[in-house]
Design a protein around this ligand. Structure first.
Ligand code: HEC
Ligand code: HEC
Ligand code: HEC
Length: 128
């Protein structure tokens, strides 16, 4: 009998630990961003610049590209890896990151950032 009680307490503790991660998530404002790479990006394996740089500087890079294209008609970007990219939001970034919803929006929605670029630039067609 005494051992039976210990076993039951043991099972309860085990279940609490097992379920803790699920309870812990309840009541959180939004799920953490989980940007997913589209097939083309997965194949390419690399972004225009290293991941950390892209994570923190992509908005600045896009600004620079826009200014250089619009003001100087300078359309080619030499990356730190020596590769050349056509400076374009639609034709370059969104070609690899073809699902805005699964990629860009994952972070932006979480942070409440709404880039106004899509007022003019065309979003990629979502394929699922
Ligand atoms: C040739 C395909 C390709 C192009 C073009 C490309 N990307 Fe990427 N991008 C990737 C890949 C692959 C990764 C993941 C890199 C890694 O894991 O090292 C990535 C990562 C990123 C990240 C970081 C994601 C994270 O989870 O931290 C951001 C932000 C990003 N890209 C934005 C852009 C923007 C903006 C452009 C255009 C200026 C662009 N990408 C152009 C393939 C591409
Ligand atoms: C890893 C998370 C992440 C991913 C993926 C990501 N962004 Fe961002 N984005 C951010 C953060 C963080 C900011 C800056 C928010 C701030 O400074 O207030 C930002 C800001 C921006 C801005 C500037 C918006 C403004 O109003 O200042 C642009 C433009 C932008 N992102 C474009 C893109 C595009 C295009 C993609 C997809 C190709 C993308 N981002 C993917 C995290 C991400
Ligand atoms: C009012 C309309 C408008 C808005 C809003 C806008 N753009 Fe543009 N953008 C343009 C036009 C027009 C061009 C010139 C197109 C060309 O010469 O190819 C351009 C060119 C660009 C280029 C270089 C060429 C290309 O094909 O992409 C980049 C990069 C760019 N914009 C990024 C952005 C980003 C990032 C945002 C949001 C932070 C943004 N734009 C918001 C109208 C706009």
């Amino acid at each position: 009998m005494y051992d039976g009680v210990k076993i039951i307490i043991g099972i309860i503790i085990f279940l609490v630990l097992l379920l803790f991660p699920a309870w812990y998530q309840v009541g959180k404002a939004a799920k953490v961003p989980d940007p997913k790479l589209a097939e083309k990006a997965l194949k390419a394996e690399q972004c225009v610049e290293p991941k950390l740089f892209m994570k923190t500087q992509h908005m600045k890079l896009l600004d620079e590209w826009r200014d250089e294209v619009v003001r100087s008609a300078d359309r080619y970007y030499q990356s730190s890896s020596g590769k050349t990219y056509y400076k374009s939001l639609q034709v370059t970034c969104m070609d690899c990151h073809s699902s805005k919803k699964e990629f860009c929006d994952q972070c932006h929605d979480y942070l409440g950032v709404v880039p106004y670029c899509w007022d003019c630039h065309i979003e990629p067609k979502e394929n699922g």
